[in-house]
Structures are given as structure tokens and as C-alpha cells.
Write a new protein. Structure first.
Length: 256
């Protein structure tokens, strides 16, 4: 099953988290989880630098990062996170997500304000240490009815809605049962890739130090920017794990 590694167990779904108090009567709730073969201190930097136009969300970049590939390295200048900071939901956003609370390297809570002193959406990442130097990441999201009002509202003058904002606007007008079903599927689609993206990045052990990894990946990115033909980056699931591939050249040509 594609999403099996991101399914939270019953105990995790019942567990009380800080995010629960921010949206006391949600119309939508989802909890996902994944085990990462790295300690929380190694996973946290990937959490701290998230955001559209920052390091990305490690998910479907065409949808939530303006088409820019999410970073494959830890970005030192993005590691300071404080309450009140903005982790843009999409590049250029200046009102969401707001950092509600942060406790490195264990917990991050993000919110979307509802304009009335509450939260339209709240999203939490909890990093629990496991035996063997591993981490269990639990991600829970709540959405209130305020999210529907926010999605239905006309965009500010001069603002052109992004693809995902247009999707939200359409979903918000659907009958509630259909809305919840489609929102759950869409969230699962994005969240599973998001968590696997963090897992893939944080569990690498090819480099002796984070500095060495960052230097190598920076050099790789610099060369890739000079690549003379269009390319795309994709992740291919295999029986050995997910493989990151850079694809270029005519799609109809035989592979090399």
C-alpha cells in the first residue's frame, strides 16, 4: 500500500496534542505518522526550514512551492524559528502559516488565523524519540468552519489565486459530506508525500557531517542550474525505497 508507512496507529490518533486546543470543534481532522531512521536532532532541521519559498514542503512542489524543487540540504539561515514567524503556505504568502509554538527538536505548531482571534487551520508536527536512534513523526491537522469562510472569500485586490487556493475555493462550496471526503483524500495525498520527503532527507547517512552534505548538495545544485536542457525532478518508488531522479531530454527518446 502506497501510504502504509504514513498511517498513524490507534494510540497516536487518540493522543492529545497541543494542536487540539487551537481548533476545539473541527470540521476536519487528520493524523498521520512515519518512522524515520534518524534521531530527532537530525530530523528537526528539515522541519524548521519548511515553507513555500523557503526550503519547500517536500511534497508536490508544483502545488505548494511554485514549482521550485524542495531543498535537498539543510539551510543554515532558515534554522531559527520563533513564535509569530511565518512559514508561507505558498511562496509569497505573508499571513499563513503562523508559528503558534515551537519547541526544538520536539514540536512545531502552525496555524492559519481565522481573522477573529482564532485559528481556521492548525497543523502540528511532533517528534518522538525511539530506540535505536530513530524518530516517530506525528503530524495532525485540524480545520474549522472558519477555513470554509476563508476559502470562499474573494482574494485581495491584485492577488491572483494559486492553483491550490483555487482548489480550496471550489471545495469550500461543496456539500459538507462531499467536502470532507475530498479534503481527506487531498490532505492524505499531500501529507504522505510531505512526510516521506522528510524521511528520505533526514535518514541519509552518506555524509559524515551535515556541513559536508550541505557543501556537496550546494555544488550539485549549482551544476544542475547550468544544465543546458529542460529537466524535471521526480521520485520513483522501488522495492529498495524511493529513488530521486533528474529527467531531461525528449520524453519519447529511448532511455540511456
Amino acid at each position: 500500500m502506497v501510504f502504509a508507512t504514513c498511517v498513524a496507529n490507534a494510540s497516536e490518533r487518540r493522543r492529545a496534542l497541543a494542536v487540539d486546543a487551537l481548533v476545539p470543534n473541527p470540521i476536519f481532522t487528520a493524523t498521520h505518522a512515519i518512522t524515520i531512521d534518524a534521531p530527532p536532532e537530525q530530523v528537526w532541521p528539515w522541519i524548521a526550514q519548511m515553507g513555500g519559498g523557503r526550503a519547500g514542503w517536500y511534497s508536490w512542489d508544483a502545488i505548494d512551492n511554485g514549482g521550485t524543487p524542495s531543498s535537498r540540504r539543510v539551510v543554515a539561515e532558515l534554522q531559527r524559528v520563533a513564535s509569530g514567524d511565518i512559514m508561507p503556505a505558498v511562496p509569497g504568502a505573508d499571513d499563513a502559516f503562523v508559528v503558534a509554538s515551537v519547541d526544538p527538536p520536539r514540536d512545531l505548531v502552525l496555524t492559519v488565523p481565522d481573522g477573529q482571534g482564532g485559528s481556521a487551520v492548525a497543523w502540528e508536527h511532533v517528534l518522538d524519540p525511539l530506540d535505536g536512534g530513530r524518530t516517530r513523526v506525528i503530524a495532525r491537522a485540524h480545520a474549522s468552519s472558519g477555513w470554509l469562510e476563508r476559502a470562499r472569500a474573494a482574494p485581495p485586490a491584485g492577488h491572483r489565486r494559486t492553483f491550490i487556493e483555487r482548489v480550496y475555493a471550489v471545495l469550500a462550496r461543496l456539500p459538507r459530506p462531499l467536502l470532507i471526503t475530498l479534503a481527506g483524500l487531498g490532505h492524505r495525498f499531500m501529507e504522505a508525500r510531505h512526510l516521506r520527503g522528510i524521511q528520505r532527507r533526514a535518514s541519509r547517512h552518506l555524509f559524515r557531517t551535515p556541513e559536508g552534505e550541505s557543501a556537496f548538495l550546494a555544488a550539485y545544485d549549482a551544476v544542475l542550474k547550468q544544465w543546458p536542457v529542460p529537466f524535471e525532478e521526480i521520485d520513483i518508488p522501488t522495492r529498495f525505497g524511493t529513488t530521486h531522479v533528474t529527467v531531461s531530454g525528449p520524453k519519447g527518446a529511448p532511455p540511456l
